[in-house]
Design a protein around this ligand. Structure first.
Ligand SMILES: [Zn+2]
Ligand SMILES: [Zn+2]
Length: 265
């Protein structure tokens, strides 16, 4: 599919993904993913294709954690690895039409990484190699295009990526408060910075995150209020955001598998 085709409805068109979605192997693979998840939502859906799967390290608040990712033509599913290749838990599903991804990010501690952003949650993941990252990014881009059917999701509001806890010893706002057992670290829900209690006493309604008002830093509070005077926001439903706190001592690299050749989309 060329970029120009995206202005037309994709549903009427026969493409590689359409073929894949109707294959017996695809149905078996999706059923198998569903069966391996503890408390899985139903993943079987007409027109859905499992495009690829693999293990990625997801950068979390405390430490990077190993997560199994399953890329479909309309959703991204991920979860905690209980037994590699056999059992997963804490299933999360993100509709791809709400997803934005960044270009590659390279840092010493997280090589081969990039950002996955969605309205409720944004996070950094990293792959085993540059090649694997490139494969993930290409397939993600194609699936996002497919899922948004020409309506570019780039205008959606996405959640801020939270700065990991070990990145700051002092408040990133006042630069004075040193964090300790008594001065706990908080995250501004709007900018993702680590801030002290004193600098984040204010709450603000960020409808893409939660129906309740959430913690924001003083700078963001002022900014958001100024924006709000111009454009009223609408309300959305409730959210919950818990990702478990377990750590993985080692990362066993398993190469990602993609069932759809990038040329055949
Ligand atoms: Zn502070
Ligand atoms: Zn902020």
């Amino acid at each position: 599919m060329s970029a120009n085709d995206l202005s037309q409805p994709t549903s009427t068109k026969e493409d590689g993904l359409g073929q894949l979605s109707r294959s017996v192997e695809n149905a078996k693979r999706i059923k198998s993913v569903q069966d391996k998840f503890v408390n899985s939502q139903s993943l079987m859906k007409e027109g859905r294709a499992l495009v690829g799967e693999g293990i990625l390290m997801k950068v979390c608040r405390k430490k990077p954690k190993q997560r199994a990712f399953f890329l479909f033509n309309d959703i991204l599913v991920y979860g905690r690895v209980v037994i590699n290749g056999r059992k997963y838990s804490q299933q999360k599903i993100i509709p791809l039409n709400e997803v934005q991804i960044s270009s590659p990010i390279d840092s010493e501690e997280n090589p081969y990484s990039w950002l996955i952003c969605s309205p409720k949650k944004s996070f950094i993941v990293h792959a085993n190699s540059d090649r694997e990252r490139q494969e993930w990014i290409s397939h993600l881009e194609r699936c996002i295009q497919h899922a948004s059917g020409g309506n570019n999701a780039q205008n959606n509001t996405v959640a801020a990526h939270w700065v990991p806890d070990d990145k700051a010893d002092t408040c990133m706002h006042c630069r004075t408060t040193k964090f300790s057992t008594y001065n706990r670290k908080h995250h501004c829900r709007n900018c993702g910075f680590i801030v002290c209690e004193g600098c984040s006493k204010k709450r603000f309604l960020l409808p893409h995150l939660d129906s309740k008002r959430v913690r924001v830093c003083d700078t963001c509070f002022i900014k958001l209020n100024m924006n709000n005077m111009n454009e009223p926001r609408q309300n959305t439903r409730d959210s919950s955001d818990s990702d478990g706190e377990e750590n993985h001592a080692h990362y066993s690299p398993v190469p990602a598998t993609f069932y759809q050749n990038i040329e055949n989309f």
